[in-house]
Design a protein around this ligand. Structure first.
Ligand SMILES: [Fe+2]
Length: 395
């Protein structure tokens, strides 16, 4: 039963000593390779791995300490043992320094001590070998970890770059969306300044209603965008009818009445080009529906009308009315539960209502609020207005 499968290389110029060592170690179960030539020993060491290299110190072609120092370069994990008959301290120190020895054995040796030394040398090799393997594995893992970290860092950078691109795209989309709303408002204002000013007042009021905490973020968006776009459908009306009281469509004759009744439907179509949210188009379409079913264009009632449209209806009515603040407040309360949703009326009355923001203010106040930043031109390219000139009803 061999004590170890790891081979031992023994080098001695004396064939007799070499034979004794081979028999002694071989009988003890060690795998032994022997040679009398240090150069051949080095050749063996280049070809295969040894757990232990044992060398005589005094050899004619090479000192044992020199051989073991070269073995240390070829096989740093091998345990090196020097055998010598010289007991001088000088030779001992030189041998240790040059050969980085594990043990120093003097002749003649005791068999049991030699076997114990070999067993310890094998164990030392196994420990050193295991430690070296562990270090190599650790180094490999560290390299893989470093590579993984580098890849991760690169992915994080790419993700950050994509996030920034996405943020820029998102900001550009928001900007374009705001510009689209502004374009609609400018078109409405150019069509008729009164409608532009009224729309701004409705938006202001809806903003206050939206900040009461009763709206989810999506609902706030729908209410505010619908406030901007609710009357864009009026651009389909003859201009002279645009400022007439929309609260009473029955007051319009024939075709004009029909066009007025359909302006929420036309507005829904136009709104769909600005905002893809279906709820925005639905709110624009139903902003003239009434809680009791008396409104238009579809005669919806109660909760058939979207919540945002019920709120917009109250704000639109408050802003559009020619009554005083006190009178319109009283009217809203009297119509609560009839034309208007009671909850929407309560919500409106909780807001800080400012009579000055109502649409029936004088034209002078619209003029200062709606400057034209660039020159205006008619459809045939005819110049209409100077840049920065204020809009008027006659444009
Ligand atoms: Fe309207």
């Amino acid at each position: 039963m061999p004590r170890s499968s790891h081979p031992i290389l023994v080098v001695d110029d004396d064939p007799m000593i070499l034979k004794i060592l081979k028999v002694t170690l071989g009988n003890a179960g060690f795998d032994v390779v022997v040679t009398t030539d240090p150069e051949e020993a080095l050749a063996f060491a280049r070809e295969r791995e040894f757990a232990v290299v044992v060398s005589d110190q005094q050899m004619p072609t090479m000192m044992g300490s020199e051989l073991l120092s070269q073995i240390a370069i070829l096989q740093p994990e091998a345990t090196r043992i020097l055998i010598t008959g010289v007991r001088s301290l000088e030779s001992f120190v030189d041998a240790v320094n040059r050969g980085e020895l594990f043990r120093f054995v003097t002749k003649p040796w005791v068999r049991a001590e030699m076997l114990a030394t070999m067993q310890n040398a094998i164990q030392r090799y196994e420990l050193v070998h295991a430690k070296a393997q562990l270090e190599r594995q650790t180094q490999l893992l560290n390299q893989e970890l470093a590579a993984a970290n580098a890849r991760l860092e690169q992915q994080v950078q790419e993700l950050e770059h994509q996030r920034q691109l996405l943020e820029r795209s998102k900001a550009a989309l928001h900007h374009n969306f705001d510009r689209s709303l502004e374009l609609c408002h400018r078109i409405l204002s150019i069509f008729h300044p009164h409608l532009g000013a009224k729309t701004k007042a409705v938006v202001h009021l809806c903003q206050q209603m939206a900040e009461t905490g009763l709206f989810a973020p999506e609902q706030k968006h729908v209410l505010l965008v619908s406030a901007w776009l609710h009357d864009v459908g009026l651009t389909g009306l003859p201009r002279e009818l645009a400022t007439s009281n929309q609260q009473n469509p029955d007051g319009f004759p024939g075709d004009s009445r029909q066009i007025l009744l359909e302006h929420p439907i036309y507005g829904q179509t136009l709104a769909s080009f600005v905002d893809h949210h279906q709820a925005v188009g639905e709110t624009v379409r139903t902003h003239h529906e009434r809680f009791d079913g008396s409104g238009y264009p579809d005669g919806l009632s109660g909760t058939q009308i979207p919540w945002t449209a019920r709120c917009l209806a109250v704000a639109d009515h408050y802003v559009s009315s020619d009554l005083s603040h006190e009178q319109i407040t009283e009217e809203l309360l009297s119509q609560s539960g009839r034309a208007f949703d009671p909850e929407a009326v309560r919500l409106l009355l909780r807001c800080q209502l400012e009579p000055a923001s109502r649409s029936h203010r004088s034209l002078d106040s619209w003029h200062s609020a709606l400057p034209v930043n660039r020159g205006l031109y008619g459809p045939a390219g005819k110049f209409v207005s100077e840049a920065t000139e204020a809009l008027s009803e006659n444009l």
